[in-house]
Ligand binder design. Structure first.
Ligand SMILES: C[S@@+](CC[C@H](N)C(=O)[O-])C[C@H]1O[C@@H](n2cnc3c(N)ncnc32)[C@H](O)[C@@H]1O
Length: 337
């Protein structure tokens, strides 16, 4: 069915969401069906643009009792009497998916910075689960492993010349910034994080439950606010711990508008050039385009570009299903400070 012309944008975004959600048959079917449903598209188009995301809408619907299943059930909820309550949840909550599988990429990038102690600053940290790269074992399938943390194991199939680090990073600070930090000790917050896991991703649910326990043992220092507003303060807190500040962000700069993304990039490039921090970025290819253009094109819609200090090194499937290294940087290219 052809949507009215004013719904073309949201229809296209839902088609893109459907492609990104190919690993969850239920969400893929829901997003595809929404894209073909002018009545539901019109309802969702009344939300602020950032709140129209399939991920957020579907999680809010599930929060209101919808079980993964036929599209007609989702349709009935979005068009029926429960819509005002679902809408309230959509407006109150954010997509804060905190995916520790991203540590399989972050730990490789940290390994390239040398073996000195590092002080982590994460922008858009959600509950701060990605501030603990030293608390996991790693199996980079096809390339090597890093064991001995005593914590859970993260596995990912890799391709290309992945630089497996000799040891875990030594972390002196775990500082995160988030508009709405989630509290690992709060059951409601953690319930929302679990609802954000897509249907069918059972392994991710188990990984999240384990990560919450890891983080509860030593909660991070989370600052509430905008990443641009609190960046300098966070770096100062990190630097005071004695380690080299490393600013990282994954699936977070994507939430900034174009102006703020450009400002973030400029500020981080300036900070890196001044030797005040390193910068690890793990974002979709359109988020900071100058990073992604230096690497070959991604091979799927849901791949993120991994870049260190402004240079692309690899592609990462956004939830940790695969990692491809594209740039065999020589060891020592990123000296620790
Ligand atoms: C999809 S989550 C990613 C969480 C984490 N980085 C990870 O990869 O697991 C994005 C997070 O960015 C936060 N966020 C979005 N815009 C932000 C901003 N302007 N400043 C700080 N945090 C922001 C959201 O609240 C959310 O927790």
């Amino acid at each position: 069915m052809q949507p009215p012309s004013d719904l073309t944008d949201i229809e296209e975004r839902y088609r893109l969401h459907a492609a990104e959600m190919s690993t969850s048959p239920c969400y893929h079917a829901w997003a595809s069906a929404v894209a073909d449903d002018p009545e539901v598209l019109r309802r969702l188009s009344g939300l602020p643009p950032l709140k129209q995301q399939a991920n957020l809408v579907f999680a809010a619907a599930r929060r209101h009792g919808l079980a993964p299943g036929p599209y007609d059930d989702l349709r009935a909820l979005l068009l029926g009497p429960e819509w005002p309550a679902v809408r309230e949840t959509i407006l109150a909550r954010r997509t804060q998916t905190n995916e520790v599988a991203r540590l399989t990429a972050l730990t490789l990038a940290l390994g390239m910075l040398g073996d000195g102690p590092v002080a982590l600053v994460e922008l858009g940290a959600s509950a701060g689960l990605c501030l603990y790269p030293d608390r996991y074992d790693y199996l980079w399938g096809g390339a090597g492993e890093l064991l001995g943390s005593g914590g859970p194991t993260l596995r990912i199939p890799v391709s290309g010349p992945v630089p497996v680090p000799a040891g875990h990073p030594r972390i002196t600070a775990r500082v995160g910034i988030d508009l709405d930090p989630l509290d690992v000790t709060d059951e409601d917050d953690m319930g929302w994080l679990l609802t954000l896991i897509w249907p069918g991703h059972d392994e991710r649910r188990d990984r999240l439950a384990a990560a919450i326990e890891v983080t509860r043992a030593e909660p991070p220092h989370l600052l509430a606010g905008d990443m641009l507003d609190r960046l300098d303060e966070a770096i100062e807190i990190a630097a005071a711990s004695g380690g080299t500040p490393v600013v990282h962000h994954s699936a977070a700069a994507a939430y900034l508008d174009e102006h703020d993304r450009a400002e973030l990039e400029n500020r981080l490039r300036t900070l890196v050039a001044a030797g005040r921090c390193h910068w690890i970025s793990l974002e979709g290819p359109r988020v900071i385009p100058s990073l992604a253009v230096t690497a070959p094109r991604p091979y799927a819609a849901d791949h993120f570009c991994l870049a260190v200090d402004g240079r692309a090194l690899g592609w990462f499937q956004g939830h940790g299903a695969a990692l491809g290294w594209v740039s065999p940087e020589p060891a020592g290219e990123y000296p620790s400070k």
